[in-house]
Design a protein around this ligand. Structure first.
Ligand code: CUA
Length: 179
């Protein structure tokens, strides 16, 4: 093999690598811009030791609530080994903000068939905003190994068609219906 052939081989190899890098960058750009997939950007701290006694994540405030301004906010606790509440109801076709935190270890969750996917870290509030377009029940598993019960840790997300969406006087919605 002479020097010319070696150079040609290296240039071919360089072209293959450049094409691979270009493809990967293209996939990242398309998935983030067109499919709206990107890392969650919310940075908000909270004391994991007092979640159950004060503030936003006390048990009575968990679940889905529609505010006076019409904004839909769902709050959950991710704890070994369950999400609380076990089922959340959300309206189809409207922006929904999901806020989750953990009192114990790192968890994570995704909602099947949607772009919702984030980690849940003690001391931080994970927040995801999305619109659920197709009504029906979706699975929401914990996707971060959190201990022996990890595989049993999952939730149901009930996406309710707009025509059937109802809340009680406090603006709350649950999987059992209003109230
Ligand atoms: Cu929680 Cu795995």
């Amino acid at each position: 093999m002479n020097e010319r052939e070696i150079l040609a081989t290296e240039l071919r190899w360089g072209a293959v690598v450049a094409a691979a890098v270009g493809l990967i960058v293209g996939v990242i750009v398309v998935s983030s811009a067109a499919l709206i997939m990107h890392p969650p950007s919310n940075v908000e701290t909270i004391n994991p030791g007092t979640l159950h006694i004060e503030g936003e994540f006390v048990e009575a405030n968990l679940g889905t609530r529609v505010g006076a301004d019409g904004a839909v906010v769902t709050r959950m606790i991710a704890t070994q080994f369950a999400f609380v509440p076990r089922c959340i109801a959300v309206p189809a076709g409207r922006p929904v903000t999901i806020r989750v935190t953990s009192p114990d270890v790192i968890h994570g969750f995704l909602i099947t068939g949607t772009n919702v996917n984030t980690m849940v870290i003690p001391g931080y509030v994970s927040q995801v905003r999305t619109v659920f377009n197709r009504p029906g029940d979706r699975l929401m598993p914990c996707h971060e190994f959190c201990g022996l019960g990890h595989s049993e840790m999952w939730n149901i997300v009930r996406i309710v068609p707009e025509a059937e969406w109802k809340v009680d006087q406090q603006g709350r919605a649950s999987c059992d219906g209003p109230g």
